[in-house]
Design a protein around this ligand. Structure first.
Ligand SMILES: Nc1ncnc2c1ncn2[C@@H]1O[C@H](COP(=O)(O)OP(=O)(O)OP(=O)(O)O)[C@@H](O)[C@H]1O
Length: 575
């Protein structure tokens, strides 16, 4: 229930539109009851052949009420939807603002397909809260009270039937609809999450599934999941429809009750016959407003669940960053200091980084080497403030990363991660990702620096760079980084897919451009590391050796052994 506090707060901000929609709904409801009552009265009056002006007045009143009803209903819909969409847009913005600092930690806890379906569906689901849960009961009660007072003026007992009818339509029928509803909706949600996860996995893993001959099986699973979801939805829709039919049945029962009791009261002389049709018509119309009550429990449950899950998503994941105000100066080479840094992924039994202390002076070139899984990429993610250390401190230019604004860090860093994303478009579009405008000459120049002179700026790039080789993707990613003006280079195996000759050419250009900047290069190949000021060797989340190339070779420690193995392998390969 507390989750709906967010929605209630959002509603308070739209109070003007909410009040207007309630007034509109009340006038529409009352005008509807009055319209049908007046029609009933008009029909009854005609039996007594009244003067013509009575009929003209009554007929005009019916027309006027019809117009009033339509206009006020329009107003109600306009204001209520305007309020809803303003609330939704505010909620969406505030939710995504909370979500952004939580990435990428959020992916550790959620499957991407499920999360995507959840976020989109849940935010959309909240629109029903105001439209179908919060304000319809207010209108129902107001219209009903006004009609009851009006009816009580003619007959106390008929007013009592109205009260009974209202209890039935506003509480008993929704109560019955509620029964079993929770389980049905839970099953739908589970089934929907399953389906969207399966679809996402199939889309991402399409090629592998095909090669491993699993595509047909996956398709079958997908169809099963889709059919199961459709069946659950059908069951829930049937349940809702039964609720609406029950509502219509109670309404008719009340009208029959009013008719029978009215006839008795007329015979008893307690009610004038001319009012009977009017009261029956009023009973038929007043419960029309209460029809929304039959579906209210379902929407209430859905909205509560959506709000709960959205809150859980943003609260259950520890924030990756705190609000920070300091900015990193982009025109200055960055110094890096890690003191006692430990980082453990959620659910992992051992830390990925364990008590790392390291100093990298500004303008230096450092290579980080070590076996796969030793924590090299995690270190870069910490420097980029994509993750927050579990213990210890990361300082850039002497300022703790906790106090640094992450967008400032991203602006200052020229980054190439292991996997770069490419967007559908052209080579030019993919080079100009950082929003800066460059002349074509500059773009062509950078392409030739990364040894991609054959690529034209207008060449098409398919979604996720499907039409580029891994080596081309890496060079394009490097070109993208080389177009930036940052003074901190964070490169995670940027040339692992390139042949040795191309790699050395590209790195030469890169080092030339990065002269005077701070450069951190993660690599597996040890060739060419002589150019580095310092080499950091990592193993199982710890720094096991640091020093220049010659120092490490002299030490004959871990790095020396790695180098010997590499030389041996190159020798074997060329033999
Ligand atoms: N998102 C994640 N969730 C849980 N554990 C992770 C995650 N990413 C990495 N790890 C684990 O953290 C450890 C360090 O991973 P990291 O990617 O930093 O290593 P690496 O040295 O860069 O490896 P490689 O050279 O293969 O890229 C590994 O044991 C890995 O299994």
């Amino acid at each position: 229930m507390s989750e709906l506090v967010i929605l209630s707060k959002a509603m308070i901000r739209e109070r003007k539109d909410i009040v207007l929609s309630i007034i509109g709904g009340f006038i529409a409801g009352i005008a509807g009851v009055a319209l049908f009552s007046a029609s009933g009265y008009l029909i009854s009056q005609t039996v007594f052949a009244p003067p013509l002006y009575t009929l003209i007045v009554l007929a005009s009143l019916v027309k006027l009420l019809g117009l009033l009803r339509a206009a006020s209903r329009y107003g109600e819909r306009l204001f209520s939807h305007r309020a809803t969409f303003s609330m939704l847009s505010r909620l969406r913005t505030s939710f995504f603002a909370k979500l952004i600092p939580l990435t990428p930690g959020i992916w550790n806890k959620n499957r991407s397909g499920d999360l995507l379906a959840r976020i989109v569906g849940d935010v959309e689901g909240l629109q029903h809260y105001f439209l179908r849960v919060a304000y319809p009961p207010v209108i129902v009660v107001m219209v009903f009270l006004a009609t009851m007072l009006f009816t009580a003026f003619f007959s106390f007992w008929i007013a009592c039937i109205f009260v009974l009818g209202m209890l039935g339509t506003a509480w008993v029928v929704p109560g019955i609809v509620m029964l079993g509803q929770r389980k049905k909706h839970e099953r739908i949600r589970e089934q929907r999450a399953l389906l969207s996860t399966d679809v996402t996995e199939m889309l991402y893993g399409f090629r592998d599934l095909k090669v491993y001959g699993q595509l047909a099986e996956r398709e079958r699973q997908l169809q099963q999941a889709s059919a199961a979801l459709a069946a659950e939805q059908q069951r829930a829709a049937g349940h809702l429809l039964r609720g609406q039919s029950m509502h219509a049945f109670v309404t008719l029962l009340v009208s029959w009750g009013v008719l029978a009791l009215g006839a008795y009261l007329i015979m008893d002389g307690a009610l004038a016959g001319v009012f009977l049709a009017m009261l029956v018509m009023a009973s038929l119309t007043v419960f029309e407003e209460a029809a929304a009550m039959a579906t209210l429990p379902a929407y209430k449950q859905d909205s509560e669940h959506a709000a709960k899950r959205l809150t859980e998503t943003v609260l259950a994941t520890p924030a990756q960053s705190l609000h920070s105000s300091c900015k990193l100066w982009a025109d200055q080479a960055v110094s890096i200091e890690l003191s006692g840094v430990t980082f453990q992924y959620e659910g992992e039994w051992r830390p990925a980084l364990n008590d790392i202390s390291l100093q990298i002076s500004s303008g230096s070139k450092t290579a980080i080497v070590g076996p796969s899984g030793s924590g090299k990429s995690t270190l870069i993610e910490l420097l980029l403030k994509l993750r927050t250390p579990s213990a210890g401190d990361v300082r850039l230019n002497g300022i703790s990363a906790k106090e640094l604004d992450e967008t400032g860090i991203w602006e200052t860093a020229n980054v190439v991660l292991q996997q770069s994303h490419f967007f559908r478009g052209t080579i030019r579009d993919n080079l100009l990702l950082n929003g800066e405008e460059y002349a074509d000459g500059k773009l062509v120049d950078v392409l030739s620096k990364v040894q991609l002179p054959t690529k034209s700026l207008t060449d098409a790039v398919y979604e996720k760079g499907e039409n580029l080789s891994d080596g081309e993707k890496q060079r394009l990613a490097l070109a993208r980084a080389m177009l930036r003006k940052g003074r901190l280079w964070l490169l995670d195996e940027p040339t692992s897919s390139l042949d040795c000759v191309t790699e050395q050419r590209v790195l030469k250009q890169l080092y030339e451009q990065a002269a005077g900047d701070t450069l951190l290069l993660i690599c597996h190949r040890l060739a060419g590391l002589e150019e580095m000021d310092r080499i950091v060797v990592m193993e199982q989340g710890r720094v096991v050796e640091t020093g220049s190339y010659s120092e490490l070779m002299e030490q004959k420690g871990y790095f020396y052994k790695m180098k010997q193995i590499e030389l041996q392998m190159i020798g074997e390969a060329s033999a």
